[in-house]
Design a protein around this ligand. Structure first.
Ligand SMILES: *[C@@H]1O[C@H](CO)[C@@H](O)[C@H](O)[C@H]1NC(C)=O
Ligand SMILES: *[C@@H]1O[C@H](CO)[C@@H](O)[C@H](O)[C@H]1NC(C)=O
Length: 466
């Protein structure tokens, strides 16, 4: 319950049909809390005499007299309500009624009636709505994996008044169902289910059930982790394609996802028992020393209560260790690639710094300074062509450049102004890079990138030569 003190929403205070009796037409209260039904007799001219005050519940139906106040005879509560109902401060002008520990059954229409002279009875009615905070719960509905949609989670907002609203959030593809059940006491139980195709991937994914209700300050969010049971999904890992004769220690791993957990693993070779030199321990298979005995197909079979699944792998036993060069080459390649990537990053940073210093001047602008260097570029290109150690394969690509390239070259020259790199080196690198870049340089953004890369190469060469 939000609070034990009086909670009521007073939408507005209206003068009721009978002009002297003032009540609030609609009052809201919470189950278990107190509510006050206000009622006043307004008689500015004081020419009406009130003799008795009465509260009647359900005036157009059961007409139950709840409370009577008469200055002569006192106050009486004809219906036994366990002392939950009493006048706040009984008088002939204030008939406000207090109801404690609200019940759902208190919901209804209450008429505040004044017996007067000479005008006769005057009354006004208040509609009391008792609100009930729903009991909220959310749970996964464990299911076996399958191909057709089934409910995978449910969320319930029970015994709420008015009915709660339930929505779902999450990335699980599916749809929702909603069911409302009216309870005898006037509350409603709202049940929503989330339906999805129960694939193994959904296992462990979470959905949020969001319940909104008038009695809640903010929506109630329940996280529900889905439970999908599925037979094992098996893959054999660890084969490096380099099992050679006499190799010491080679192993395979049976990698399994399953819910519930795997209860047993079985390893086979060529569909039968394992040779003696192979040890299987759970998901791990180990060969202490490789012989031709293990040349063949290994299988791992994992089981849980939902079934067993097998994966197989062909092991080829080599006479000799696989060529070292390919391995070494790959490693060397990796190392060189790594270094290049680092250099590229450094250069990119350098380029960005330079660009910032240039104050965002558009790349490739033709100012006189860059033109001069554009010419210089041509000279340097010739110089490069005649270098004795130049790569002959690159010869054909050292063709005259497109205008775009000239623009870039000009921009580079500007960089050069700020760069201590020796001219010769600079142009060599630039030409080499340019060969590949020319075809994609039509778009201005690409130009920028190219520049940055060429910039980069300047620095990288420096690093190598120094
Ligand atoms: C109760 O009513 C009496 C008489 O009308 C009035 O004097 C008194 O102030 C009221 N008390 C409260 C708490 O309203
Ligand atoms: C190993 O198995 C392959 C087939 O996977 C076969 O071609 C090869 O002859 C076998 N080698 C030996 C030494 O048995």
């Amino acid at each position: 319950m939000p609070s034990m003190e009086l909670i009521a929403f007073f939408s507005f205070l209206a003068v009721a049909v009978a002009q002297h009796v003032k009540v609030e037409p609609a009052v809201f209260g919470y189950v278990g809390n107190q509510v006050v039904l206000r009622c006043q007799f307004v008689d500015p001219d004081s020419n009406i005499e009130v003799t008795q005050v009465t509260w009647v519940k359900d005036p157009s139906g059961a007409k139950q007299n709840l409370a009577v106040h008469n200055p002569q005879y006192g106050t009486n509560y004809p219906v036994d309500t366990n002392q939950r109902i009493h006048f706040r401060n009984a008088s002939l002008t204030d008939a406000s009624l207090v109801i404690d520990r609200l019940l759902m059954t208190d919901d209804g229409i209450y008429s505040c009636e004044f017996a007067t002279y000479p005008e006769g009875n005057q009354e006004a009615a208040t509609n009391l709505t008792v609100l009930a905070e729903p009991r909220i719960s959310g749970n996964p509905m464990p299911v076996n994996s399958g191909k057709s949609p089934v409910p995978v989670a449910s969320c319930i907002a029970a015994d709420g008044k008015p009915p709660a609203s339930i929505i779902w959030r999450g990335t699980v593809p599916g749809n929702t169902t909603m069911e409302l059940t009216q309870n005898a006491d006037g509350t409603t139980t709202v049940t929503s289910q989330y339906q999805a195709v129960p694939s193994s991937e959904l296992d462990g994914m979470t959905l949020e059930c969001v319940v909104t209700h008038r009695t809640l300050e903010r929506p109630d969010v329940i996280n529900i982790a889905l439970t999908i049971r599925y037979p094992p999904i098996v893959t054999i890992e660890g084969y490096d394609d380099n099992w050679y004769l006499d190799r010491e220690h080679a192993s395979l791993t049976c990698n399994v996802k399953a819910n519930p957990a795997v209860t047993s693993y079985r390893w086979y070779m060529n569909g039968g028992d394992l040779p003696s030199e192979v040890r299987a321990m759970g998901h791990q298979l180990t060969v202490d020393q490789v012989t031709y005995q293990v040349n063949g197909t290994f299988s791992c079979e994992a089981s849980n209560i939902l079934g067993k699944t097998k994966d197989s792998i062909n092991i080829f036993v080599r006479e000799h260790k696989a060529a070292v060069t390919s391995n070494a080459g790959a490693i060397a390649g990796g190392v060189i690639g790594g270094i290049l990537a680092l250099l590229l990053l450094a250069c990119l940073a350098g380029f960005l710094l330079q660009r910032r210093r240039r104050g965002g001047e558009a790349a490739g602008s033709y100012d006189p300074k860059t033109r001069v260097f554009g010419d210089g570029n041509g000279a340097a290109r010739a110089d490069f062509t005649y270098r004795p150690d130049s790569d002959s394969e690159k010869g054909p690509s050292l063709e005259p450049t497109t205008p775009t390239t000239t623009v870039n070259a000009a921009a580079e020259m500007e960089n050069l102004l700020q760069s201590p790199a020796p001219m010769d080196n600079y142009y060599q690198d630039e030409e080499e890079e340019e060969d590949e870049k020319v075809p994609i340089s039509s778009d201005p953004t690409t130009e920028d990138d190219m520049e940055s890369q060429r910039d980069g190469s300047i620095i990288s060469k420096k690093a190598v030569y120094v």
